[in-house]
Design a protein around this ligand. Structure first.
Ligand code: NAD
Ligand code: WQD
Length: 338
């Protein structure tokens, strides 16, 4: 029988793409999401892509009674825990909300899993746990010094799960540190649609390209990088999604706790992203170079070799494909799922 996987936050950007990858690999994803940053209409799109109706539970991952019921009703093989808040700036102005949802929600989920005897957990961590790295590519054993409450909330959960594993080594846990996820499913049916003005580069670029915003503000052109703009490790969301499937398969083989970078291992500058997007969309992307954004790191990218050695996974999709897929999604869904 196909294994059921609880996907918290499965209606969101990375979670919805991971549901597609799970279904393609023969798993049955079950989504639990409170829709605080997503749209229920993603379910219709997932149906169109996968050909099946995914079970959806609308609820909060901090609701212990709900989790107990969910685990009692369905024999889950594992949980993938995406549900959380992710805006760095909001975490500075409202840290308690971030610790409550990200730390509190994760502890609640792990407790419910322990009580139900489900011991495979894949956790969405972030490269933000490294803070400003000494050098790139960043290996997993680099210093951890997150610079925001958001980043610290991710590190706290990692630490709690390491302690849990040490106390009960029967657990199978993967802590996946994503770099900069972008792109969309190649169908153009699902993608990223942030509420309000986007903070992140790719959604902003998409909105400029489709004419919803006049121009991109490049945050700083005087960094010590080849063209002066910030450098990041952009990774296609479908590569990330497949990384979760690889982590699940690894967990099926042996009890372990693994901490892995999921990135391409290559940095791209803001100007390189702009040029790639222009190639993908066939239209010029107006931009202006402004001041640096407070708190930004000049450049970082990950070393994904441990993920490749451990999971046999590596990111395969190019920056051009990330831009082409983002553009297809944006063009077909200028208002997101609305
Ligand atoms: P997203 O906001 O699109 O998805 C998160 C989902 O979780 C949303 O559907 C939201 O409604 C849901 N959610 C939030 N709080 C909840 C709660 N208390 N109970 C139930 N559901 C809840 O974000 P995403 O980009 O898909 O990120 C998924 C995970 O990956 C997050 O944990 C995020 O911190 C982490 N991450 C994201 C990035 C990135 O740049 N997108 C990078 C590194 C790590
Ligand atoms: C990328 C580059 C900007 C917007 C954030 C979080 C991190 C992780 C991923 C969750 C930088 C530049 C951006 C714009 C620009 N999320 N930029 N104009 O800051 O690397 O990482 O998302 O874990 O925790 O901090 O991503 O997309 O915001 O920025 O010039 O309008 O694009 O300065 O160089 P970032 P980003």
């Amino acid at each position: 029988m196909s294994q059921r996987i609880l996907v918290t936050g499965g209606a969101g950007f990375i979670g919805s793409h991971t549901c597609v990858a799970l279904a393609a690999a023969g798993y049955v994803p079950v989504i639990l999401d409170n829709l605080c940053n997503s749209d229920v209409r993603v379910l219709e799109r997932l149906h169109q892509i996968t050909g099946s109706t995914l079970q959806f539970i609308q609820g909060d991952v901090r609701d212990a009674a709900l989790l107990a019921r969910v685990f009692a009703e369905t024999p889950f093989a594992a949980a993938i825990h995406f549900a959380g808040l992710k805006a760095v700036g909001d975490s500075v102005s409202d840290p308690l909300a971030y610790y409550d949802t990200n730390v509190g929600g994760s502890l609640m989920l792990a407790s419910a899993m322990r009580d139900a005897g489900v011991n495979t957990l894949i956790f969405s961590s972030s490269a933000t746990v490294y803070g400003e790295p000494e050098h790139s590519p960043i290996p997993e054993d680099a210093a951890l010094r997150p610079a925001s409450p958001y980043g610290r909330s991710k590190l706290m959960v990692e630490q709690a799960l390491v302690d849990l594993y040490r106390s009960q080594p029967g657990w199978r846990i993967a802590l996946l540190r994503y770099f900069n996820p972008v792109g969309a499913h190649e169908s153009g049916l699902i993608g990223e649609h942030p509420h309000g003005k986007p903070n992140n580069l790719m959604p902003f670029v998409c909105q400029v390209a489709v004419g919803q915003r006049d121009k991109l503000q490049i945050h700083g052109g005087d960094y010590p990088t080849p063209d002066g703009t910030g450098v990041r490790d952009y990774v296609h969301v479908m590569d990330l999604a497949e990384g979760h499937v690889a982590a699940l398969k690894h967990a099926e083989i042996q009890s372990s706790l693994v901490t892995l970078n999921l990135g391409t291992g290559q940095g791209a500058s803001v100007l390189e992203v702009v040029r790639a997007f222009e190639r993908a969309s066939g239209r010029p992307l107006p931009f202006e170079i402004g001041p640096r954004r407070p708190g930004d790191v000049p450049a970082y990218w990950g070393d994904p070799s441990l993920a490749q050695a451990t999971l046999g996974w590596r990111a395969r999709r190019s920056l051009d494909q990330m831009c082409a897929d983002s553009w297809r999604w944006q063009q077909r869904n200028p208002e997101g799922y609305r």
